[in-house]
Design a protein around this ligand. Structure first.
Ligand SMILES: *Cc1c(COP(=O)(O)O)cnc(C)c1O
Length: 368
């Protein structure tokens, strides 16, 4: 990887500040995410999984509780629930072309007494319907959005206005990345304080120059260490300084992806998006094919162009298919249908088709 002057000076600053998650440069990243997402509080954590664990804990999930989770989410979303000693309740999708949850499944889960719900806009596709969201709100079920694959997702108003906590992953395969890392976004001061406590050995939180930071003795509450490494944070901060070229890069990647998906006569349409979406999450392109035959054809044509299609596609199954969740015995019909006909591809795999001036920012400007 080529490094530019800006990234190097951020790295030097992180080292000078000690490199921990309490470094001022991490606060700068938090400020950048708060502004980017229109959230009052942005709290960096060690990973997307840590963000989900902290968010669930903050909204009150405790051992033995039930937590609703989109059945089409990856095992990581459910594992975060299990890590707290709680149990996932899998929510079917509303249609075989949608990653949004069904209102019926939401109502049954609420009746079972779920303590919170995790909605997962897979590949960047948000398709939650007003009736399901209204139900969670009216029944007092806090909504956590696992936007690990959808950091750019924008709904009318900031994303944090639509959830108790929004969780991002900054893993290197995600559109905004730090190697490892995560972010919790919230407009709720109490949730923010609880996230700081669980992240910083149970410390309380106080305002310092308008920034919510840990203060006081360790162990005032329950907490462990879920802080982010400041060196990774600088890499992400550098990307946050280059959001305009990054967006245009993702536009170009999507264009290349659409061209590649168009080189077959397979019949498909894109996975559905809610009317409230003003910006796609930008992780991938998902084609919903008319038949399993079309899905197979499309996959073969992409593979023949040496495009890393989700090669696990024929094994892409609802979350409960993972051995660690099989005891639940649950089945979600729409989610299963979707996995039979969806062909999904990360946008990043099309990077090699871009001219060098549209490379990732840290590669775009070469140092002599
Ligand atoms: C990647 C991912 C996670 C886990 O994030 P990590 O940073 O790897 O812990 C959780 N949920 C979804 C939807 C993801 O894509």
């Amino acid at each position: 990887m080529e490094l530019t002057g800006g990234l190097v000076s951020y790295l030097e600053r992180a080292v000078a500040e000690g490199g921990s998650g309490n470094a001022a440069v991490v606060h700068d990243l938090e400020d950048a995410f708060a502004a980017f997402a229109g959230a009052q509080f942005a709290l960096c954590v060690a990973s997307g999984t840590s963000a989900l664990i902290a968010a669930c804990h903050a909204v009150g999930v405790r051992p033995g509780d039930l937590v609703g989770v989109s059945a089409l989410g990856p095992v990581m979303s459910g594992q975060a629930v299990v890590a707290l000693g709680a149990r996932p309740v899998f929510l079917d999708s509303r249609a075989s072309s949608s990653f949004g949850v069904s209102a019926g499944a939401a109502a049954r889960a609420v009746d079972r007494g779920i303590k919170a719900v995790i909605l997962v806009p897979m590949w960047g596709y948000w398709d939650e319907q007003p009736d399901a969201l209204a139900l969670f709100r009216d029944r007092g079920v806090p909504v956590i959005i696992d936007a690990a694959q959808a950091p750019f997702l924008k709904l009318d108003g900031g994303l944090a206005n639509h959830a108790a906590v929004v969780c991002l992953s900054l893993h290197s395969r995600k559109p905004l990345h730090a190697g490892e890392g995560g972010v919790c976004l919230t407009n709720d001061r109490q949730y923010a304080e609880r996230i700081i406590a669980i992240r910083n050995f149970g410390q309380d939180a106080g305002l310092e120059a308008g920034h919510l930071v840990p203060s006081g003795p360790f162990g005032s509450r329950t907490g462990v260490n879920m802080k982010m490494n400041a060196l990774g944070a600088t890499w992400c901060l550098y990307q946050m300084d280059h959001l305009v070229p990054l967006r245009s890069r993702f536009d170009r990647l999507r264009q290349r992806a659409l061209e590649a998906f168009g080189t077959t006569d397979a019949a498909w349409r894109e996975a559905s998006l809610a009317a409230t979406v003003s910006e796609h999450g930008r992780y991938g392109l998902v084609a919903i094919c008319d038949s399993t035959h079309d899905a197979r054809r499309l996959t073969q044509v992409l593979a023949a162009q040496d495009i890393e299609v989700d090669t696990k596609r024929y094994r892409y199954q609802p979350m409960y298919s993972a051995p660690c969740f099989q005891a639940s015995g649950e089945r979600c019909e729409m989610a299963e249908q979707l996995t039979q006909v969806a062909v999904a591809c990360r946008l990043e795999v099309f990077a090699r088709f871009l001219p060098p001036e549209h490379a990732a920012p840290e590669q775009a400007t070469r140092t002599a």
